[in-house]
Design a binder for this molecule. Structure first.
Ligand code: MLC
Length: 530
């Protein structure tokens, strides 16, 4: 039987010359393909030596990881797959209470955190039942690499089937409780192979040209961990790793690169730099944007300044990549601003109205998807999983959109998808999803608070910013500062409202439901778009 472990695919694509550069860090350190392959073997060897048993339901043991970005963090991810275990990446912004929830929910056998957070998180992890707590720092420090050092440079990648669990990605939920999206080796492989072709990596490789990917995204979400890293790994492309996005450092490195991927905030910040121009982008063949809507204004400004047409694509943790504007064979203008392009090969995308019938071109409805890239369900939430799938196996994305022309966007070709909103109450800030319900539940815990409504407001830098409107039991007892101070340290900073208004009551409709639209209108200019 062919091994469907995602790492087996990576292995089959390793460049012939293993001495070639695979990752280059900001400090100028160069890791070869051999380094990547050997070091991931040693970590996989250590993981295998733990002899971790699968869960009672057969799920592979989990390895939860909250570490800063580094080549070793990528090696740890690959090692986890090689050893046949499931990877659970956690945002570095998550605070104690959030980590506690994820550890109790995922029940990992191994937790790896940064050395700086070990004193705080180790007791928490042990109390949650984690057997092995290790550390991994940004500078090759920590206990994990020490433990892995004695193991062999070779490791026989564990045999896995396509539908075996490879990773669990936590996404916040409308109810405030995060859900773990279970992705299989087959999900990862099918999406990576499609993108290899669709975005021209394969063509470059076959032409003997080596792509260089400027990797500025974090390594704990689909975009940076799967889309970007997988593209480079399968293409044999060199990655220039930046520990975090910094527009000036990106501009310095762009002349050596061919591909860049980012969230819209990255493009807005690049445009704010005087030095960003055509010359800087002279060797670039592709800029890709995703994870949040790209404003038409950013798309056109970018085109004018750099001569490059951003390719916008659409995906999510549960489904990996779904649609993309075209790369090949079509004039750049056929990357249409405001659309997320066409369904990727092998991915079925349909727009369905409230009666469950397919929408006509231009008619707005719920976006549903099916394909080898779509996840199997939410970790230990069979009911939630059943709710989110239709009887014929399509996943309800929660996004609302239309194919082709619509009143709002006349003239778009019939097979292009445009997203116009979300059926779920969700804010996307700088590429991170924030569910208002979760933030409201924290604010409502303050004894001085009667109730709260959390909304997303237009923001020049983050696209949308989180804001809260709060009704106090006694307005003299609480203010914006106190509410923000209460939230910081409990939830990740990107979820903390950037503004809070204390009011006497919230607007409600006849049914008594809070009218968030009215609030969004009232405070629309709070973060005036630059
Ligand atoms: C940081 N801050 C944010 C924020 N990021 N606030 C709102 N939204 C965000 N996204 C806050 C910090 O908490 C801090 O607040 C202040 O801003 C400065 O922090 P920072 O760390 O210096 O911020 P910065 O490094 O500038 O980060 C901004 C960013 C980053 C845009 C570079 O958020 C980022 O890299 N985003 C990418 C997210 C991503 O990878 N998404 C992919 C998801 S996958 P304070 O109060 O402490 O000052 C997905 C699927 C798909 O969605 O299809 O791709």
């Amino acid at each position: 039987m062919k091994n469907k472990n995602f790492y087996a695919l990576v292995e089959s694509r390793l460049p012939r010359d293993l001495n070639g550069a695979c990752i280059e860090t900001q400090d100028g350190l160069i890791y070869s393909w051999r380094d990547l392959h050997f070091a991931s073997a040693r970590i996989a060897g250590w993981l295998a030596s733990l002899n971790l048993p699968p869960s009672a339901d057969g799920a592979p043991p989990r390895v939860a990881v909250q570490v800063e970005k580094s080549p070793e963090a990528l090696m740890l991810y690959l090692a986890t797959l090689r050893a046949g275990l499931a990877y659970v990446p956690l945002n570095t912004a998550y605070q104690r209470a959030e980590i506690d929830y994820f550890l109790r929910d995922a029940q990992p056998a191994v937790f790896v955190c940064s050395p700086q957070r070990s004193a705080d998180l180790r007791p928490l992890a042990l109390a949650a039942g984690v057997a092995h707590v290790m550390t991994l720092g940004e500078q090759r420090d920590g206990t994990l690499l020490e433990a892995a050092a004695p193991f062999a440079d070779g490791f026989a990648t564990a045999q896995r089937r396509a539908d075996d669990l490879a990773a669990i990605l936590y996404t916040s939920g409308t109810t405030g409780r995060s859900k773990g999206a279970m992705l299989s080796h087959g999900n990862l492989a099918s999406n990576a192979l499609v993108l290899d072709d669709f975005w021209g990596f394969k063509e470059e490789r076959e032409a003997g040209d080596q792509d260089v990917l400027l990797h500025a995204l974090p390594l704990f979400h689909v975009h940076g961990l799967f889309v970007a890293s997988h593209a480079a790994l399968l293409a044999g492309a060199r990655m220039l790793f930046m520990s975090r996005f910094d527009p000036k450092a990106v501009i310095e490195r762009l002349p050596r690169c061919t591909v860049f991927m980012g969230v819209p905030t990255y493009y807005v910040r690049l445009l704010a730099e005087e030095k960003f121009d055509r010359h800087v982008c002279r060797n670039m063949r592709l800029f890709i944007s995703g994870s949040a809507p790209l404003l038409t204004e950013t798309f056109t400004d970018f085109q004018r300044r750099s001569g490059q047409t951003i390719l916008e694509r659409y995906g999510m943790s549960e489904t990996l990549m779904l649609t993309s504007n075209p790369y090949f064979g079509i004039a750049p203008r056929e990357r249409i601003a405001g659309t997320v392009g066409v369904p990727l090969p092998g991915v079925a995308v349909r727009v369905v109205n409230e009666e469950g019938s397919m929408c006509l071109a231009g008619e707005i409805g719920g976006v549903q998807v099916k394909g080898p890239n779509v996840f199997a369900g939410y970790w230990q939430m069979p009911e939630k999983t059943a709710e989110e799938f239709t009887p014929d196996g399509f996943f309800r994305t929660g996004d609302v959109g239309h194919f082709g022309a619509a009143v709002l966007s006349a003239g778009k070709p019939a097979h292009y998808l445009t997203l116009v909103g979300r059926s779920k109450d969700l804010i996307i800030s700088g590429g991170y999803n924030v569910y208002p319900k979760e933030i409201e539940s924290y604010i409502d815990r303050m004894p001085q608070v009667e109730e709260s409504a959390v909304i997303g407001l237009p923001h020049g830098d983050f696209g949308e910013a989180v804001a809260a409107v709060v009704v106090a039991r006694d307005p003299a007892l609480i203010d914006e500062e106190a509410i923000i101070a209460f939230l910081k340290g409990q939830i990740a900073n990107f979820k903390v409202p950037k503004r809070v208004w204390v009011v006497s009551e919230l607007p409600r409709n006849a049914m008594g439901k809070v009218q968030k639209n009215a609030l969004r209108e009232r405070y629309a200019d709070a973060f005036k778009i630059a």
